[in-house]
Design a binder for this molecule. Structure first.
Ligand SMILES: [Zn+2]
Length: 564
């Protein structure tokens, strides 16, 4: 039996056999049916997607003596048989790469001056047409402007951008797409069956992936695998024959990098190295795996993933467990590592170190999450007596004690010395409470503890009061800085605090906030200007420190009601 490579053997002979490219095939068939065929057609697309195949089918159909009603060539008439056998005198197939000069084009033009020998039309197919020289293109242009009615041109190119616009504008253009994994798989499975070869599904998937949408590439891989001689081909055979990294290894490494499992990541890497795979290809596969994971996480993007279904399912399952941010960050680190690897004298070491770096990074948690945790932590601790600004992101009091209200004995910072009670939480068994005799000043710390159980931040802010005083049915709270009570003064918070006061002191007191002002002591109804407040927050030592520790930047400052 003479050996015929699959690409040649399985070459589609009519439109129905073309793999993929459905809209283009349909348009071409229609143009035949309606007898509106352009005299110059240009097919573009990556290698092996069917450009010259379509050109040849068109050539056959144009000259077919018994063309079918749907535009398909009969494949039986003299013209069809001649074209199939490469013996047609009216079909010129030219390789643009080796016949690129003006001389060849002149010869071609000479040939087409004469009427066809035995068919209705002369058909010229120029493959890789972008390889023609400028002079050759110019020579061709004249003919394309006024093509003889007995001539059809079919051009094919992988590099559309290299074709002069003057030529492009005179052609009907068809851009062929990469063939989908699904289409390729069906096609290859059928061919394997025809060849009497049993091929495992996973093995087919590998070949489909390696083909990258090119039928011809896939067929040459199939050729290699078929000539391996086995009647039953497993995925492992394909990996061996083609020198691939198995999908399992890629998936395992990806999983290990996400699960922060250095042992299994490095072991899998070792396996890969021992197998002697191409590092570039391996890292490209790995990056692609991360890309797939990210696409799995983005709604509506799953159609961008063109991998076999089983593989997609595995990726989806993995992606579900991790946030988009985490996957993205790890992928970025991998990309950096891969880039470094290219210049590294020890690529393996660089890659291993990159893996470890990726593994050391923990999940990315949004700031809101961190703040929520902080709140929880604070809830479990006694309130700090002083410097609550260590915890809350607010400016520290800048100007202590501008003036003191005359009536009560003066009090210094939050905890007055004469306060008899320690700031013990109300639940403490040591204290016997006397709810009706509570005094605003004496029991202030206890009140704060009461608030703390209900609203942590509010207790923090109350710690910043300079002095507290009850007078004329008012609870007067003096703050050294307006910023210290901005939040407290918001309507809802005032209401809440009033209720806390009522609950605790059993007194219905009106709240009054006293803050220093240029004009002296004055009640302020408006908080600091947002601009000033933002500046203060941005320059707060704690914020600056956090920025440094996390190596971050201040992206968004929120003040006022939105800050909680
Ligand atoms: Zn025919």
């Amino acid at each position: 039996m003479s050996y015929l490579v699959l690409a040649r053997k399985s070459r589609p002979q009519d439109f129905n056999q073309v793999v993929g490219q459905v809209p283009i095939v349909k348009t071409l068939q229609n143009s035949l049916v309606r007898d509106r065929i352009a005299h110059a057609i240009l097919f573009s697309g990556v290698r092996g997607v069917g450009k010259t195949t379509l050109a040849r089918i068109m050539a056959k159909a144009i000259n077919c003596e018994q063309r079918a009603a749907d535009g398909n060539p009969c494949n039986k008439c003299r013209s069809c048989t001649e074209i199939k056998a490469d013996s047609s005198l009216d079909l010129y197939e030219i390789d643009g790469a080796s016949n690129r000069g003006i001389q060849e084009i002149r010869e071609l033009k000479e040939k087409i001056r004469f009427l066809p020998t035995s068919s209705k039309y002369k058909i010229i197919i120029i493959d890789e047409v972008h390889m023609l020289t400028n002079e050759a293109f110019n020579a061709l242009l004249k003919t394309l402007e006024e093509p003889p009615s007995h001539v059809f041109f079919m051009f094919a190119t992988t590099e559309l951008h290299k074709i002069p616009i003057t030529i492009l504008s005179r052609c009907q253009r068809y851009e062929l797409k990469r063939v989908s994994a699904e289409n390729l798989k069906t096609h290859f499975a059928r061919l394997a069956k025809e060849e009497g070869v049993q091929i495992a599904d996973a093995a087919l998937n590998l070949i489909v992936r390696e083909s990258e949408g090119s039928v011809r590439d896939g067929l040459s891989l199939l050729d290699q695998v078929f000539s391996y001689g086995e009647k039953e081909i497993s995925a492992n055979d394909v990996v061996q024959v083609l020198g691939l990294v198995s999908r399992d290894i890629i998936l395992n490494i990806t999983r290990a990098l996400l699960e922060n499992n250095p042992g299994s990541a490095l072991k899998a890497l070792d396996e890969t190295f021992n197998f002697g795979v191409d590092l570039k290809r391996f890292t490209a596969d790995l990056l692609n795996a991360f890309r797939t994971l990210i696409l799995c996480r983005i709604e509506g993007c799953q159609e961008l993933i063109d991998i076999p279904r089983e593989e997609l399912d595995a990726f989806k399952k993995l992606a579900e467990k991790y946030g988009h941010n985490t996957i993205h960050m790890k992928m970025n680190l991998l990309m950096q590592g891969v880039e470094e690897m290219q210049y590294s004298p020890q690529p393996r070491l660089t890659l291993e170190s990159t893996f470890l770096k990726i593994i050391q990074t923990d999940d990315v948690v949004p700031i809101a999450g961190i703040l929520a945790k902080l709140d929880t932590l604070l809830a479990g601790q006694p309130l700090p007596k002083k410097k609550p600004e260590k915890i809350t992101l607010k400016t520290a009091p800048s100007e202590p004690e501008p003036r003191i209200t005359p009536a009560p004995p003066p009090e210094r910072p939050p905890v007055p010395e004469e306060t008899q009670t320690n700031p013990i939480p109300p639940s403490s068994p040591k204290r016997v409470q006397q709810p009706h005799k509570r005094d605003v000043r004496r029991d202030w710390q206890e009140f704060i503890a009461h608030v703390k159980d209900r609203k942590i931040w509010m207790a923090q802010d109350l710690q910043r009061t300079e002095t507290i005083r009850e007078a004329n049915g008012e609870l007067q709270l003096r703050f050294a800085d307006q910023a210290n009570c901005t939040l407290l003064r918001q309507k809802d918070n005032v209401k809440l605090l009033t209720e806390f006061v009522l609950d605790f002191f059993q007194k219905d007191l009106k709240l009054r906030f006293i803050t220093p002002d240029k004009g002296g002591e004055k009640e302020l109804d408006n908080a600091d200007s947002p601009h000033k407040l933002r500046n203060k927050l941005a320059n707060d030592p704690l914020v600056l420190m956090a920025t440094e520790i996390f190596n971050g930047q201040i992206g968004d400052i929120r003040v006022g009601p939105r800050s909680r």
